[in-house]
Design a protein around this ligand. Structure first.
Ligand SMILES: Cc1cc2nc3c(=O)[nH]c(=O)nc-3n(C[C@H](O)[C@H](O)[C@H](O)COP(=O)(O)O)c2cc1C
Length: 325
């Protein structure tokens, strides 16, 4: 397969995906220490609130270095930064420079595919995974110089595609044999194994990490994830101008009917650092469809333990099933 060298020693073939507002250094460090890639959107370091991306990178690297010194037998996984490549992101150039300065080993790019961003990553030895919702965008990203892809299939939390994961991975694997991760509703170890059976190198999971102690989300949000299932999720473009999956109870709590949402105006798309949701949308919460597997809010280490147990059990079960075929 095509697992990138920098990710060869993971405990599980899994990337903890970047989550707007929710992924901060605490979550990223906990994910990496637990043995899976941790990541965060650069824009989460909200400089107008006194946070500094430069300082976040230093803090993450220091904590991971300390972990590695104390635990030479189980070193931390590498971490990743997410850049939103969109004209409304006025910080992109500066954030890219800082990512080069800190030699962040894995970059995840979303929305636009731009050569100069890939070149900057390669200048410091990083690899770039670009997230895509269909095969057309996948071709564009690889042509422009991305090293690998995240296939964001139907059912993913936040901005999501509408294609079946089986169809999306199949189409990309017809021509691309580089690093490929599957995003969408992965919340169990079995699903990580399933992503590999389909042809991906591993999984990419966001929502499951929202219901952890280290996630920067309010308790009611975490609780709603633990109490909800796939039919509590609605796919809408109303809230950001891009299609995504949201928790219906949070929409109802904001006074709207989740089953009768209007369409949005795409020209309103805004990914600036200081983007604010309209007041009534503040508590509209993103979530993928895989949440029935998330029963309680736990430390990241416990979640990754569960995923590993399930991954190992699924391997054994599958091996027995295949022998019986
Ligand atoms: C609340 C929330 C915020 C997200 N924010 C971002 C983001 O800032 N950048 C990004 O590339 N993806 C973002 N995503 C998408 C995730 O990185 C990932 O594709 C998705 O969570 C995977 O599906 P899952 O939630 O079913 O595991 C977000 C997802 C959620 C649920």
């Amino acid at each position: 397969m095509s697992m990138p060298d920098v990710m060869k020693n993971l405990r599980l073939p899994l990337i903890g995906s970047p989550l707007f507002i929710i992924s901060t250094p605490d979550l990223v460090v906990a994910q990496c220490k637990a043995g899976v890639v941790g990541s965060f959107p650069a824009l989460n370091a909200r400089e107008k609130d006194g946070q500094s991306l430069d300082e976040w990178f230093t803090r993450i690297k220091d904590q991971l270095d300390r972990h590695d010194e104390e635990n030479p037998d189980r070193p931390a996984a590498p971490f990743a930064v997410n850049h939103i490549v969109h004209k409304s992101n006025a910080r992109l150039e500066r954030d890219v420079e800082l990512s080069v300065k800190h030699k962040v080993p894995i970059w995840i790019t979303s929305l636009g595919a731009q050569e100069w961003v890939y070149e900057a990553a390669h200048s410091c030895g990083a690899i770039v995974l670009h997230d895509v919702i269909n095969d057309w965008f996948a071709h564009k990203a690889i042509e422009k110089g991305a090293d690998g892809l995240v296939a964001v299939a139907a059912g993913a939390g936040g901005h999501a595609g509408a294609l079946s994961p089986l169809a999306l991975i199949q189409e990309i694997r017809e021509w691309f044999d580089g690093p490929l991760f599957l995003s969408g509703a992965i919340a169990r170890g079995d699903s990580i194994l399933a992503s590999m059976a389909m042809g991906a190198d591993g999984g990419y999971a966001g929502t499951a990490f929202i219901a952890t102690n280290e996630a920067n989300a309010v308790d009611r949000y975490k609780q709603m994830i633990t109490e909800s299932g796939a039919s509590d999720i609605v796919y809408s473009d109303l809230f950001t101008g891009v299609w995504g999956n949201y928790l219906k109870p949070s929409i109802a709590a904001a006074g709207m009917d989740p089953d009768a949402l209007e369409r949005s105006d795409p020209s309103k798309m805004n990914f600036a650092e200081d983007r604010e949701k309209p007041k009534s949308w503040k508590e509209i919460w993103g979530s993928g469809q895989g949440i029935s597997a998330v029963k309680e809010t736990v430390p990241v280490a416990d979640l990754v333990d569960r995923l590993e147990r399930e991954f190992v059990a699924a391997q054994a079960r599958l091996t027995a099933q295949l022998q019986a075929v």
